[in-house]
Design a protein. Structure first.
Length: 233
């Protein structure tokens, strides 16, 4: 497999698999001891540090418990399988009930079922609570009538930095209305971002969400990662 040039002093990246799909090219690269997912040439995520992806799940569960009306074994929809950190973390917590995962890239699902990313999802795809759906998240939220107690969404580098222009819809008024419709009353929306976004906080409030707040996660350099949290009234 070809090796890509070094960047920022990191080891060369080896392309493990590259596929064309309906949304363009998606590639899996190995750099040193870590794997990277690249979508249409844009870095999406890697296996170097899953703290913020795990926090995405924990923060949603904590917010549900803080409502004063605890839900027994709440259901969660995880938007984006990615490298599997969020799914593996949710599946490892017996407090979660039904876990639905929406992933539009067949290649990513394959890399977890039979490829090198299986080590990071840690067998979660075989958990009886887990239902992996191969479909586009934006379309799924718009057409599916199923409700969840929490939505944990991580399909971009954030509301201000989308990998696919079509995903812009998710963070606008119509997309947030669809997200709210997929939540039970009192349900929690958690959105991962590569940087905090005050504009997205304002969009959440304008869409009718309450208890809007942002949790920041310090990273090695640059702006912190963020998890935006909001509640459907």
């Amino acid at each position: 497999m070809p090796l890509l040039p070094t960047r920022d002093g990191l080891p060369e990246a080896e392309v493990i698999d590259r596929r064309q799909g309906p949304y363009g090219e998606v590639a899996l690269r190995r750099r040193g001891g870590h794997y990277e997912i690249i979508a249409n040439g844009c870095f999406l995520m890697d296996t170097a540090d899953g703290r913020s992806e795990r926090l995405l799940v924990d923060a949603a569960l904590d917010a549900l418990a803080a409502d004063g009306r605890p839900v027994d074994r709440p259901s969660v929809l995880i938007g984006g399988l990615g490298v599997g950190f969020s799914l593996a973390h949710a599946a490892a917590d017996p407090r979660w009930g039904r876990i639905t995962v929406v992933e539009r890239e067949a290649a990513i699902i394959d890399w977890h079922r039979t490829g090198p990313l299986a080590a990071f999802s840690a067998g979660a795809l075989d958990d009886p609570r887990v239902d992996v759906r191969h479909t586009d998240l934006v379309a799924h939220l718009a057409r599916d009538g199923e409700r969840h107690h929490a939505l944990c969404l991580d399909i971009d580098n954030g509301p201000d930095w989308t990998v696919d222009a079509d995903n812009d819809h998710l963070y606008g008024p119509a997309g947030l209305a669809n997200a709210a419709a997929r939540l039970h009353p009192g349900g929690v929306l958690a959105v991962w971002s590569a940087r905090p976004s005050t504009a997205f906080e304002q969009a959440l409030r304008a869409a009718g969400f309450t208890d809007v707040r942002t949790v920041e996660i310090a990273v090695g350099r640059g702006l912190p990662d963020a998890v935006h949290l909001a509640r459907r009234p």
